[in-house]
Design a protein around this ligand. Structure first.
Ligand code: NAP
Length: 256
């Protein structure tokens, strides 16, 4: 069973938010007596409310983050940015090393293929666009976020792009579907059948909230173009669950 230390002299924890785990993490750490600051990139128009203090907007690279850690007397940092956040984990690693502040990278486990899956692994969205041509895909469901410019040159495909935020472009062969998970297998199947989807493009974000599309695609025998996760900084402590991150935070001795 998990034990949460109730701290007497509150340690200040900076949560680099951006994934769905960040809200629960802030709530649990706040409840355990930590002084919590949640930081957002500012790219989502309405981040969910959570306990503790919040701030929004970039820090100005690793140097800016180092300055923030120093000025705000941050004791520990938990980087729970999205598994596909490509820069922030590196900035956090650099700034925390320089400031000698303990850092934990919280990322949920990625999805793994199972019997019946027809996955094509690709490195990034540009690679996904090339794969669509190669696979002769016709009707494609994009679940890779609001930025769809990587698919600009795909004239042979029709796209249904599902995103939380409005798309950044309009095109004749592109239909936007604004929706936020969690989704069910039934609702995913309905969307795929109604739109005669033959190929689904997704980032390997992991987690249960959006995994239903993979089950529906398997059942419908559709191809899934799966974008691999970007590289992560080496030598950083990692946790794959909120519980594990809280255990880690509770194990750190205050340095002040
Ligand atoms: P990124 O490449 O790692 O970040 C780009 C820049 O945004 C960073 O250099 C930093 O600016 C700022 N930033 C990112 N996370 C921040 C945070 N929590 N607090 C303050 N500044 C932050 O990430 P991205 O792919 O552009 O995504 C931006 C945000 O959306 C991230 O927080 C990420 O977790 C979230 N998100 C991303 C995806 C995705 O698929 N990429 C999906 C869902 C949510 P400075 O250099 O100025 O500090």
């Amino acid at each position: 069973m998990r034990t949460i230390r109730t701290v007497t002299a509150p340690m200040t924890v900076l949560i680099l938010a951006g994934s769905s785990e960040a809200t629960l993490l802030a709530t649990e750490l706040d409840g355990a007596g930590f002084d919590v600051i949640s930081s957002f990139a500012g790219s989502t128009s309405s981040p969910r409310l959570r306990p503790g203090r919040t701030r929004s907007g970039g820090f100005g690279g690793a140097d800016g983050l180092f300055g923030f850690l120093t000025v705000e007397h941050i004791d520990i940092v938990i980087d729970t940015t999205h598994p596909f956040a490509a820069q922030m984990p590196f900035h956090a690693a650099q700034a925390c090393e320089r400031a000698a502040i303990p850092l934990c990278r919280l990322t949920r486990e990625g999805w793994h293929r199972t019997v019946g899956d027809r996955w094509v692994d690709v490195d990034d969205l540009a690679d996904a666009a090339r794969a669509l041509q190669r696979l002769d895909a016709r009707r494609v469901m994009l679940t890779t976020g609001r930025r769809v410019d990587a698919f600009d040159q795909c004239a042979g495909q029709w796209f249904l792009a599902r995103s939380i935020e409005p798309l950044d472009v309009e095109r004749a062969n592109l239909v936007s579907l604004l929706d936020r998970g969690p989704f069910t297998v039934e609702s995913e199947r309905d969307v795929m059948v109604a739109n005669r989807i033959d190929t689904v493009v997704t980032k390997n974000a992991g987690g249960s909230a959006t995994a239903a599309k993979l089950v529906a695609a398997r059942e419908l025998d559709l191809t899934v173009v799966m974008v691999r996760r970007p590289p992560q900084p080496e030598g950083v402590t990692t946790a794959s669950t909120v519980s594990a991150a809280i255990e880690w935070a509770s194990s750190i001795q205050p340095s002040r």
